[in-house]
Design a protein around this ligand. Sequence first.
Ligand SMILES: [Zn+2]
Length: 396
Amino acid sequence: MLGGRSIQLARVFGVRIGVDPSWFIVLFLIIWLLSDVYGDVYPTDDTKAFALATVSALLFFLSVVLHELGHALVAIRNGIGIAGIDLWMFGGIAKMTRDTDSAGVEFRVAIAGPLVTLAIVVLCAGLGILLTGGGGFAVGLDSTAQTSGVELVLAYLTFVNTVLLLFNLIPGFPLDGGRIARAIAWWRTGDRARATRFAATLGRGFSLLMIALGILLVLLPEDTLLPGRPVLTGVWLVLIGFVLGGAARSADLQSRLASRIGGIRVADVMDAQPVAVGSGAHLDRALEDFFLRYRWPWFPVVDDVGRFVGLITRSEVETVPESARAGQTVEDVMTRDLSGTLRVSTDESLERVLDAHTDGLQRLGAVMAVDGDGILRGVVTLNQVKRALRPATSAV
Ligand SMILES: [Zn+2]
């Protein structure tokens, strides 16, 4: 459902904030439901009820973005990249480019979101109590036409953020509470994979509970139920139960897979006889001896002692006019691997490569394996990685 094709809304601290199309459905649903609730408070003023509902819904989503920014900023401060924050049907997601590498970082990243939400609850409740002089700020339940719009919105934000906080603290992965449980188990056992499986099992348990509770809410006769819209809440619980259960299940599978491939190193799967172009080669020779001969779109480039320096693509060679190719060398047009993102060490574990180099693997289909002196020792292609993973995948 989250295909990464979200619509960009803004950029905050360099983090892209986007919305999935499914988010609009929830936005309209919330505005519609709240218009109804506020309509009971202001029975003679539909426009006011609708305007307040819209403001409330937008501020609720701002709260969700702030919650996710909490996770994102702590992740960034610990050296973990954030590909963006997306809002969708079931809330927000801060997409980290890799997993945390210690129990402490996992804990801090996980707790940052709930702490932001707690701060929002305290702020909104505090402002509400100040405005009403402490008395009638009972989450808008005893609101009358004398209640101001600001008080109503503050009461709603206090209520909805409290629900968000409690829901997020349910100790089942991938909810924040589950990540906190994972961090604690990781810290106690020193075993990340075991901790992940523990938290994922809790997550699957809670997802089943949510589905059961949701079905109960939908099926029970109306008069035995709490006020509000139990059927809608029930349907929402069933849906979110399925989504969370699925996420917990895939985290579990991924962690099992990671522990299986933990022992495999780059040197075990790489092609140890890589074809490389010398950086001093003339472009006409490079085209003839490499691109036309092997018909590959790119080649690694090595210097005169065999150190990996970058990549050359056929289109880079072809940007130079044919008549000038004999006078220029590969070094003149190649893409240098200055940031080191195209290379891995031969004794790196395959798990780390998948974790940190998925970008290069996906874009190029390969990463270059180098030894301690930077000498090119092999090429690891996506196909080799997939082949190495296949027995493990089918076994889980
Ligand atoms: Zn969170």
